[in-house]
Design a protein around this ligand. Structure first.
Ligand SMILES: C[S@@+](CC[C@H](N)C(=O)[O-])C[C@H]1O[C@@H](n2cnc3c(N)ncnc32)[C@H](O)[C@@H]1O
Length: 288
């Protein structure tokens, strides 16, 4: 199960890298590092793409999994914006299930804010190699931590790597909860419950309805890929229950935009005909 989950680390950043082949005003996310952290064949392939090929790829993806492209890009952009806004008020960044995300090297560059990036050993090793290739050495503010969330106490792992709870941290937990079992999600919320007041959390989840088979029109292929076949997505939350769930761990929801609202905010200005998938939600919260 975790090996299959590890392989999903590439997907979101491959989409971001393809976006960079579009003119800047048509991009949902601007990320000059995305391609550098991909495997070499993907990096080369994407570097050869012109705008037309990139747009054609988006159309093909959209036909197969409507809303997946727009949804992933909008969640990335929402979290980028939330982190940028919070930067003056935080003294740590913790990315849980970071995959090949680039925020620590892009948005924290030159801020001095220390970052901890956690993922499965295979992804952490690959990320370390690609960072070395790109920068020649690991950026000094970033600690890469190999973990399996399902078998390790996160508090202890982070403490062993120099993270202290008294720091006001920005936690990202993006595209991860659906791959975990319920006990691990709740254990992670317990760890987050011990974070310093003023910390922020941006996380995503899949609607529980979807995992239970309530599939919106057009989402059948995605359901078959991630839920029916192999049940790689196995944890969901009821959007109505998010406020109470977070309140139970000492967090206040600041925003939980509807997918349509994200599309209006981030896709409409690009003039592109994309939607956000309806079953994934992104939440921004603050530790009170
Ligand atoms: C869909 S990817 C998202 C990556 C990144 N957060 C992003 O949005 O670009 C899911 C990530 O969660 C990680 N993950 C899933 N289950 C995990 C576990 N049990 N322990 C550690 N990492 C896990 C995977 O290895 C993968 O990198």
């Amino acid at each position: 199960m975790t090996r299959e989950a590890a392989q999903t680390g590439i997907g979101p950043m491959a989409l971001v890298a393809v976006e960079q082949r579009l003119p800047v005003e048509r991009r949902i996310v601007v990320d000059d590092l995305a391609a550098a952290l991909l495997p070499t064949p993907a990096r080369w392939l994407i570097s050869l793409m012109g705008t037309r090929t990139a747009l054609r790829l988006v159309t093909l993806a959209e036909r197969r999994y409507p809303g997946l492209w727009g949804g992933m890009l909008c969640r990335k952009r929402f979290i980028d914006d939330a982190l940028t806004e919070a930067l003056p008020h935080i003294d740590a960044f913790v990315n849980l299930g970071a995959g090949f995300d680039t925020r620590a090297f892009r948005l924290l560059r030159d801020t001095g804010v220390p970052a901890w990036e956690l993922d499965q050993p295979a992804n952490i090793d690959a990320k370390r190699q690609r960072l070395l290739r790109r920068f020649g050495k690991l950026p000094a503010n970033v600690t890469l931590v190999a973990v399996d969330f399902e078998h390790l106490a996160l508090d202890a792992v982070l403490a062993a790597q120099g993270y202290t709870r008294s720091r006001r941290a920005f936690f990202v937990w993006e595209g991860v909860t659906q791959y975990l079992d319920s006990a691990t999600v709740h254990a992670t919320f317990e760890m987050l419950g011990r974070a310093a007041a003023g910390s922020r959390l941006a996380f995503t989840y899949v609607s529980r309805d979807f995992l239970e088979g309530k599939v919106p029109p057009g989402q059948e292929a995605l359901y078959r890929r991630f839920v029916a076949r192999g049940a790689i997505w196995r944890f969901g939350i009821d959007p109505e229950a998010v406020r109470a769930l977070l309140a139970g761990y000492g967090w206040r929801v600041i925003a939980q935009p509807e997918p349509e609202a994200l599309a209006r905010r981030y896709i409409a200005p690009t003039g592109r005909l994309l939607d956000c998938m309806p079953m994934e939600r992104v939440v921004l919260a603050e530790r009170v």
